[in-house]
Design a protein around this ligand. Structure first.
Ligand code: NAD
Ligand SMILES: O=C(O)C(=O)C[C@@H](O)[C@H](O)[C@H](O)COP(=O)(O)O
Ligand code: ZN
Length: 365
């Protein structure tokens, strides 16, 4: 089977940047290596081989790479880890001309991006996402940050990278459940803006869930989702309004993650969140029965959860939703659809409808 060609999605901005997806992605790192340029590679455990390849590309072009491994997953997104990276940059004498490169999943690209945003009030970053969620979501769009004991992503900055590079072959080692969870964000892009994504998944959900067996489909789905995000963040980097559509399914999804003490995968929670808000929008007269059911069939065909059964946790979920970043005062605000690829806001929905939507996602189908 021949490897798919590398595709490039441009993210417009000042400055803009490119997202390269395909087998030649790593070669684009050379464009960011200058003679003598110091480069801090912030690396997730397990990604040392890729980091070594990236360091070699940089060194061959005359740059001076420094490789630092950070703790795995959310343990990387702490003030302590951030401080240790600032100290290292100081010890190595990094200046404003130098570069930070993140190698790993979304946790590391968030951290590396925030180190770059804060060192000397901002140096350049290049991100090498190695998870599906990383390439279609976390690494693109300029949101960087860390967690505090009070919650996720509470400290951060908008600091777009200078490039995002991903060879889908890097994703092959991902556990299947994590890959499928990342597909929830791809499906989200389908519902809010690009229905071809839904058609592709519906045509062959097995292939869509297997980047090794179907690398061409993986590149197609990834670049389509990246294009949706690129268009949105180019128009509204700081989430003044339009960018909120990327939060489709996240109001209920974030609440499930919180109530479940973050034991649920993010994409799994977003999948149930999309079904919840589709149920809500259906009851509000915005979404017809066919579009509602399409949520269940597309997500379910990939093996994503479409229900949140179990004991009644409505009060906890309702409280968690009120703390959503999109809330204003005590008013709940949802991103909903008023038709396929036609996102809108659903503000202060009737409490009875909210409860009905919850009961609908409590019942497994
Ligand atoms: N900035 C944004 O806009 C944005 C958007 C979405 C998510 N995020 C953030 O991204 C993070 C979630 O990203 P994630 O799902 O990539 O999680 P993650 O970075 O924690 O990675 C999940 C696990 O997968 C492993 N992993 C990574 N690449 C792998 C590979 N190729 N093979 C095998 N294992 C691999 C990691 O080591 C980790 O154990 C969260 O912190 C979230 O807040 C940010
Ligand atoms: O990039 C965005 O904007 C998003 O909303 C993308 C989401 O999929 C993602 O989960 C993001 O981390 C949510 O951001 P946050 O503002 O809730 O931290
Ligand atoms: Zn998300």
């Amino acid at each position: 089977m021949s490897a798919p060609a590398t595709r490039t999605v441009e993210v417009r901005g000042e400055p803009g940047y490119a997202v390269h997806v395909g087998p030649d992605a790593l070669a684009h790192l050379t464009a960011h290596a200058r003679e003598g340029r110091r480069v801090l590679l912030v690396v997730q455990p397990g990604r040392a081989q890729l980091a070594a390849q990236a360091a070699a590309v940089l060194a061959d072009a005359g740059a001076r790479p420094v490789v630092v491994e950070v703790p795995d997953a959310e343990a990387a997104k702490t003030a302590q880890v951030l401080e240790s990276l600032w100290r290292r940059l100081g010890q190595e004498g990094f200046t404003r001309d130098d570069l930070v490169v993140g190698v790993g999943g979304g946790a590391v690209t968030d951290l590396a991006g925030f180190v770059a945003a804060t060192w000397l009030r901002g140096v350049e970053s290049v991100l090498l996402p190695t998870s599906l969620l990383g390439v279609v979501d976390a690494a693109v769009g300029g949101k960087t940050g860390i967690n505090t004991p009070e919650g996720k992503n509470l400290v951060g900055a908008f600091h777009p990278p200078r490039a995002v590079l991903c060879d889908p072959a890097w994703l092959a080692s991902m556990p299947r459940a994590d890959y499928v969870s990342g597909l929830a964000e791809v499906v989200k892009a389908g519902f809010i803006a690009d229905p071809v994504i839904l058609d592709l998944v519906e045509a062959d959900p097995v292939a869509a869930g297997d980047p090794t067996a179907a690398p061409g489909l993986a590149v197609e789905l990834i670049t389509r989702a990246v294009r949706v995000k690129a268009e949105v963040v180019a128009a509204d980097l700081r989430e003044a309004s339009l960018r909120e559509i990327l939060n489709y399914g996240h109001t209920f999804g974030h609440a499930v993650e919180q109530v479940e003490d973050y034991r649920w995968r993010h994409g799994d929670a977003v999948a149930v969140g999309m079904v919840f808000v589709a149920e809500l929008a259906h009851r509000a007269g915005l979404v017809d029965q066919a579009l509602l059911e399409r949520h269940r069939t597309v997500l379910g065909s990939l093996g994503l959860p479409t229900a949140y059964p179990g004991p009644d946790r409505w009060e906890e979920l309702r409280t968690a939703m009120a703390r959503d970043k999109k809330s204003r005062g005590s008013t709940l605000r949802f991103v909903a659809l008023e038709g396929l690829a036609s996102p809108t806001r659903l503000e202060a929905p009737d409490e009875a409808l909210l409860r009905e939507a919850y009961e609908a996602v409590r019942r497994p189908r």
